[in-house]
Ligand binder design. Structure first.
Ligand code: ADP
Ligand code: MG
Length: 250
């Protein structure tokens, strides 16, 4: 067992927020606030859904967590770092702690499935031996052991998203952030991705998922944060209940 893994397994037992938003507001150039005074605390090992209408600020929340953007006011802490303080080289290092999945998969189209997953490890300068070991493990985890030589264009949407998930997980992230990961998938593939996310969460990774999929949110009974016009209007364990009662247009 590596030293790094050892330290991570010790930290796992400490009940600290891995994501903390303190009075966070965000205005893009327009001057119209995309988020207003948001407070969120997500602890290590949690599984959290973020739901809300289109344009309500869900992707803005994810982008703040990735330090793709900075808040206009307030503070965002992720994995123990106050993100606004990070210098450019520190941002790159910080992002290595995150796994990220998007609606549109974002695979390298001219690289094989194996190379797509291996590439994420090259970027962090993992040793070749480690890459040869880890890549097949991750492909097995997402049920794609037989597809390593395939090109992304030869795969179904569900398979492509599983490759994206393998790539997001290969460097053993502390947090997995997924922005509408099932947005382009049919119900069967959506469930497969969600069950994989649940497995990953059981292994200790904190998972944050933006979704519109009411059926899945209702069924899975996790913590659900509901955003409306840039405000957190509900944060509770259970299903899509608040949305159903208050505004049925989602
Ligand atoms: P969601 O992901 O819930 O659909 P977003 O976080 O993408 O919502 O957007 C929240 C609000 O911020 C929307 O009104 C959107 O138009 C606006 N917005 C998002 N990104 C930008 C941007 N880069 N520049 C200006 N306005 C933006
Ligand atoms: Mg969005």
């Amino acid at each position: 067992m590596s030293k790094r893994y050892d330290l991570e397994s010790q930290l796992k037992d400490i009940d600290v927020p891995v994501i903390l938003f303190e009075n966070v507001s965000k205005e893009y150039q327009s001057g119209i606030p995309a988020l207003k005074n948001v407070n969120i605390e997500i602890r290590k090992g949690e599984f959290v859904f973020i739901v809300g209408n289109s344009g309500s600020g869900k992707s803005t929340l994810i982008k703040l967590m990735l330090r793709e953007i900075k808040p206009t006011s307030g503070r965002v802490y992720v994995a123990g770092k106050l993100l606004e303080k990070l210098r450019r080289w520190q941002v790159a290092k910080f992002r290595r702690k995150l796994g990220i999945v998007f609606q549109d998969f974002r695979l390298l189209p001219d690289r094989s499935v194996f190379e797509n997953v291996a590439f994420a490890q090259h970027v962090i300068e993992a040793p070749a031996r480690e890459i040869r070991r880890q890549t097949p493990r991750m492909l097995a985890l997402v049920g794609l052991s037989e597809k390593g030589r395939a090109m992304p264009g030869e795969l179904s949407g569900g398979e492509q998203q599983r490759v994206a998930l393998a790539r997001a997980l290969v460097n053993n992230p502390v947090i997995l952030l997924a922005d509408e990961p099932t947005g382009n998938l049919d119900p069967k593939n959506s469930w497969e991705i969600m069950h994989l996310l649940e497995d990953i969460n059981r292994r200790g990774t904190t998972v944050v998922v933006v979704t519109h999929n009411r059926e899945i949110v209702d069924e899975m009974q996790k913590r659900v944060i509901t955003v409306k016009n840039g405000i957190i209007v509900s944060d509770q364990k259970g299903g899509y209940a608040y949305a159903k009662n208050e505004y049925s247009s989602i």
